[in-house]
Design a protein around this ligand. Structure first.
Ligand SMILES: C[S@@+](CC[C@H](N)C(=O)[O-])C[C@H]1O[C@@H](n2cnc3c(N)ncnc32)[C@H](O)[C@@H]1O
Length: 237
């Protein structure tokens, strides 16, 4: 498995140079709220947000090294002090590296749908890994999700609605700020149907019960995690 790499504004660092879980305030200075995007591709959304909202802090998680390098290069060229990224498999990063409940918004756009039944367990949104994603959110936080794989989207919606203490709504039409990612821009142009969801913990949010982490991680322990991603949806991110 490839090493996890953390790209900060001032340069890359390895895990051996970081506290685990990461001390987020040391990681990117400032007092701004955090937003996290999982599977950011070429990072269009993170770059735009970080540039236009210097008071907020943004963290991207991406399995593909080449995409992390693209984002880090662009962020440094634009001198964005409020954008960092982690190269690594998301469930591994969430399990072993990130603190709980620090993000006001978590964004997941067009995650690989793993359409073959034998690969379904690699989906970011299955009952075990969803706990990890939701556990990033502060009590006032929200999860934004979009997919063009409607069948997967409906399963995610069902799963979110079955969660105690979560309010879930379908976002009808485009986001107020338009297409957020490259995939979204492409699919809007093609007229493809997109399912968008927003989920927020309610005050009665139940404790989450991370389940099956070991099982999840075993799936990635053999071989290259990046190869697994390339298998599902070749093409540009
Ligand atoms: C279909 S692309 C969508 C990219 C971007 N979100 C967009 O909407 O344009 C899925 C992205 O998720 C990344 N990815 C896939 N599996 C991942 C995982 N387990 N952990 C982190 N990133 C992952 C891929 O490398 C790819 O960049």
């Amino acid at each position: 498995m490839k090493p996890i790499v953390v790209a900060l504004p001032q340069g890359d660092v390895g895990l051996d140079e970081c506290d685990c879980p990461l001390d987020m305030d040391r990681f990117l200075t400032g007092r701004g709220e955090w937003e996290v995007e999982i599977g950011f591709g070429k990072g269009r959304y993170l770059l735009r947000r970080a540039e236009s909202e210097p008071e907020s802090r943004f963290l991207g998680i991406e399995i593909a090294s080449k995409y992390q390098r693209i984002l880090a290069r662009r962020a440094r060229r634009r001198q964005l002090p409020n954008l960092a990224s982690v190269r690594g498999e998301a469930t591994l990063v969430l399990t072993s590296l990130l603190p709980r409940q620090f993000a006001r918004v978590v964004h997941v756009y067009f995650p690989d749908p793993w359409p073959k039944a034998k690969h379904n367990r690699r989906r970011l949104f299955d009952p075990a890994s969803l706990d990890l994603v939701l556990d990033l959110l502060t009590p006032e936080g929200e999860l934004c999700f979009a997919t063009d794989y409607l069948e997967y989207g409906r399963l995610v919606e069902e799963l979110l609605r079955s969660y105690p203490g979560l309010e879930v709504e379908r976002h009808v039409g485009e986001w107020p700020d338009g297409a957020r990612t490259n995939y979204e821009a492409k699919y809007i142009e093609e007229g493809r149907e997109i399912l968008r969801l927003v989920a927020r913990p309610t005050p009665s949010r139940a404790d989450l019960h991370p389940r099956g982490h070991e099982e999840l991680l075993v799936g990635y322990a053999s071989g290259s995690d990046e190869d697994l991603s390339a298998e599902v949806r070749p093409g540009t991110a």
